[in-house]
Design a binder for this molecule. Structure first.
Ligand code: GTP
Ligand code: MG
Length: 263
């Protein structure tokens, strides 16, 4: 039903981690060391041509038959950024496309950040929904965490998005009618007010958005525990996945429309 495609060096590492943690099938595309090895020069040359020509040059893109495709990459390089466009152009309307991408740190070469931001403009036309996890958010928001540890946070967020999608959202996705860029936050709560604590923790994410919220709780709880508290946040959708894997704690994944709708 669903697969995770990792594009480029960072994307392939993200995909490997997600697959290991969730059991979802991953396909890693990289210039060396991937499940499918791509030619970097070819990716560069073909990222900006028509879908028809792409389809001829990258036959494996056509062979993917999953109805839902998660595409993950660290935008800013050649291989990952080019492949997200290539997959987007060719698979648009063939699979539901869900992108989860990081943006380069501003402290990296600025050309990389410019290339990534430009790609985001284009990606918005092809992907049904997509999340942008700006690496600058790691510096600004997780300054108390060593940077080598903080670098791993986007992969962790990606894992939770895929996990909750697989467990809960896939059944409801078409009804939700969400589109375009979305924000995301993961929260953990403990104690008497654990549901509220988890929600506030998730809302504090550097990648959260202002618009309507989708809340997926996981833990040893029932929807009746969650509903009275969640309703204060006027969510679009709330569900609970019952599991003992978090012990006394509760986890929530909040997806948000990125911007508040102006009426
Ligand atoms: N948060 C986070 N970002 C990463 C990590 N590794 C790489 N990135 C980001 O991803 C961007 C793209 O890096 P790569 O995936 O190596 O680039 P590529 O797509 O393989 O492209 P080329 O090698 O240039 O052809 C980098 O500029 C970083 O901003 C990581 O472990 N964590
Ligand atoms: Mg690379």
């Amino acid at each position: 039903m669903l697969a995770v495609i990792g594009c480029g060096g960072a994307g392939s590492r993200f995909a490997r981690y997600i697959a290991r943690e969730t059991g979802v099938k991953s396909i890693r595309l990289n210039d060396g060391g991937g499940d499918i090895n791509v030619d970097r020069k070819l990716v560069y040359a073909y990222a900006d041509v028509s879908p028809k020509i792409i389809a001829q040059s990258f036959p494996w893109v056509m062979k993917l038959s999953y109805p839902y495709l998660f595409v993950v990459a660290g935008l800013g390089g050649i291989v990952g950024t080019g492949l997200t466009k290539i997959i987007g152009k060719v698979r648009r309307n063939k699979s539901k496309l869900i992108g989860i991408f990081t943006l380069p740190f501003s402290s990296e070469n600025l050309e990389r950040r410019r290339r990534a931001l430009q790609a985001v403009q284009e990606i918005g036309n092809y992907y049904d929904i997509y999340f942008i996890l700006d690496n600058d958010g790691l510096v600004n928001h997780y300054s108390h965490v060593p940077i080598n540890v903080a670098m791993g946070i986007p992969a962790e967020v990606m894992k939770h998005i895929v996990l909750d999608f697989q467990r809960v959202l896939i059944k409801n996705f078409l009804n939700l009618q969400v589109r375009g860029e979305m924000g995301v936050g993961i929260g953990i709560g403990v104690g008497k007010e654990k549901i509220r604590v988890a929600i506030e923790d998730a809302l504090d994410s550097p990648w959260m958005g202002e618009g309507n919220k989708i809340m997926i709780f996981s833990g040893d709880i029932e929807i009746e525990d969650v509903s009275p508290i969640a309703k204060n946040y006027a969510p679009l959708f709330v569900d609970v996945y019952r599991t003992s894997e978090y012990g006394e704690r509760v986890k929530v994944t909040i997806l948000s429309e990125k911007y508040e709708k102006k009426i």
